[in-house]
Design a binder for this molecule. Structure first.
Ligand code: XMP
Length: 512
């Protein structure tokens, strides 16, 4: 199966996007640091290399660089933005800072293409690209010709068609580049001759086969949180090794309405040992009287590990501990290559005293949407597969102040109403996360003929790409009206409903 492409990362902001686009084209790709040793790159045996963008200048003292050996591997290279400048710089061209503001380009740029080049064949001669660069190629290296230009940048793309090296100043991976995906397809299929056909289905088959070979007749233990990643990981391992897998689902009593039962039901008919530990009482008693958010988180984290350890000790020896680590976690930790990936388990908050031989991370090369796709292929219910992110400490960080059973009851009921109404209105896709929180405020109201002195519920719906920043979603007034009326009518103990209209920053998504 010779169809892998290797993406060398120079620190650009769109690196992951490139990998996703390549995979969307049916070609398997991985992102590695640009400093990866040439031997490892050769061993990976890619059909082509892509150099990503990056924030620096190729002339900076510690500019990210690549082993010169890549240029003599005899495979095609596509350099994007910084990657393009590096290609030019290393092969004898000249890169300079743009002399004037007019030569710097940011954003949508009208660009002209030479459509006799393999990269742009069959595309219109003029269209829009997304540029974002300060430096540009002042002189094209020998053997290269210019295949695109824009008003400010006479060398917007270059090609050495003999060696199959291509460089583009713009970002084909970004949707704003009108024909970006077509350009990537041309590079992958026409230039690299990739076979294509990589899909979740083929991933599943291969992963199951490899897991069986590796695990043999060993035993595997997995902490199942009910989130997408650990659930898909469990389903995959169950398909691979059946009852050699034990999943421990610690129900800390801080899940949303019916969530624990949904997780259990999703695994009911499968080959695996499923242990659900009802630890709600333990968690509540440890949280009793605690109001400080960080302390709450710490207690929940510790208690989780304690319960998990107790359960796993009952099982005796296990050979493997499985984890639902996914690709963004791996890339984010700045790892990206096989040698260091193993240290990743240290960041997962894993129990230290569980004896096991090795960590298994069967999803570690998949993006979130690929994990969801795999979950569907494995027959997990849509409610679980498309679940919105839910924090490990659960509802405890959505109850402001001390957590009690009564407050959890109120919050669960209000949250269920809000989510149900959003889903019914078909607005789920507009928000990345939407939930209710229980404030610690009490206020006076009038209900029927009497005075009430009850709690206030806050509703939050945010849209975000990466959860680092988020904006509140402009939900329709009539929807908010319906939700508010229903919550006050249906949930005893609530007499006021607020809608949170703060973005992140300055607020955060969660309340604690
Ligand atoms: P914040 O509140 O930091 O949330 O803006 C950003 C994203 O992270 C999730 N989140 C957590 N997830 N454990 C988790 O697994 C946590 O302690 C935690 N705190 C926040 C939050 O739901 C949002 O998606």
């Amino acid at each position: 199966m010779k169809q892998r492409v290797l993406i060398l990362d120079f620190g650009g902001q769109y690196d992951r996007l490139i990998a996703r686009r390549v995979r969307e084209c049916g070609v398997y790709s991985e992102v590695w640091p640009c400093s990866s040793p040439i031997e490892a790159i050769r061993e990976f045996d890619p059909v082509g290399l892509i150099f990503t963008g990056g924030p620096g200048s190729v002339y900076a003292p510690d500019a990210p660089d690549v082993d010169m050996g890549v240029f003599s591997m005899g495979i095609p290279i596509l350099g994007i933005c910084y990657g393009c400048q590096l290609l030019a710089h290393r092969l004898g061209g000249e890169v300079t800072p743009a002399q004037s503001d007019t030569a710097r380009e940011y954003g949508k740029t009208e660009t002209e293409f030479r459509t006799d080049s393999a990269l742009f064949r069959g595309l219109p001669e003029k269209s829009v690209t997304w540029m974002s660069h300060g430096d540009y190629m002042a002189r094209v290296p020998d053997g290269f010709r210019v295949i695109a230009r824009s008003a400010a940048c006479p060398n917007a793309a270059v090609a050495d068609e003999k060696r199959r090296f291509y460089g583009v100043q713009f970002h084909p991976e970004v949707r704003h580049t009108r024909y970006g995906t077509e350009m990537l397809r041309h590079f992958l299929f026409d230039v690299c001759g990739a076979a294509g056909g990589w899909s979740m289905d083929s991933f599943r088959e291969r992963a199951v086969r490899e897991l069986r070979e590796k695990i043999g007749d060993g035993r595997v233990l997995l902490a199942l949180s009910g989130g997408v990643d650990s659930s898909v990981c469990a389903a995959l391992l169950s398909e691979a090794v059946g009852r050699q897998l034990t999943c421990v689902f610690v129900d800390h009593g801080l899940l949303r309405r019916d969530e624990g039962d949904e997780v259990e039901a999703a695994f009911a008919g499968r080959e695996l040992n499923f242990i659900r530990v009802d630890a709600a009482g333990r968690f509540l008693s440890r949280l009793s009287g605690v109001t400080e958010p960080e302390q709450k988180r710490k207690i929940i984290g510790e208690e989780f590990i304690r319960v998990f350890e107790e359960e796993s000790r009952k099982l005796g020896t296990v050979d493997y501990l499985a984890q639902g680590t996914i690709y963004p976690d791996v890339i984010e930790s700045g790892l990206g290559n096989a040698a260091v990936i193993k240290s990743h388990h240290n960041v997962g908050g894993l129990p230290e005293h569980v004896d096991f031989r090795e960590i298994l991370e069967p999803l570690r090369l998949l993006f979130k949407d690929e994990v969801r796709q795999l979950g569907r292929e494995l027959g997990l219910p849509e409610t679980l597969v498309s679940r919105q992110p839910f924090p490990g400490p659960g509802l405890a960080i959505r109850v402001i102040g001390e957590v009690t059973g009564e407050k959890l009851r109120i919050l669960r009921a209000a949250d269920a109403v809000f989510r149900e109404e959003i889903d019914r209105a078909g607005l789920g896709a507009a928000a990345s996360q939407y939930f209710a929180a229980l404030t610690d405020m009490h206020s006076v109201g009038v209900m029927g003929d009497g005075r009430s002195y009850d709690s206030a519920v806050a509703l939050r719906a945010v849209a975000t790409e990466d959860f680092m920043t988020a904006d509140w979603v402009r939900l329709p007034y009539d929807l908010l009206d319906r939700v508010s009326t229903r919550i006050v009518n249906e949930v005893p103990g609530v007499n006021r409903v607020f809608y949170d209209i703060t973005s992140k920053p300055p607020a955060t998504v969660e309340y604690e």
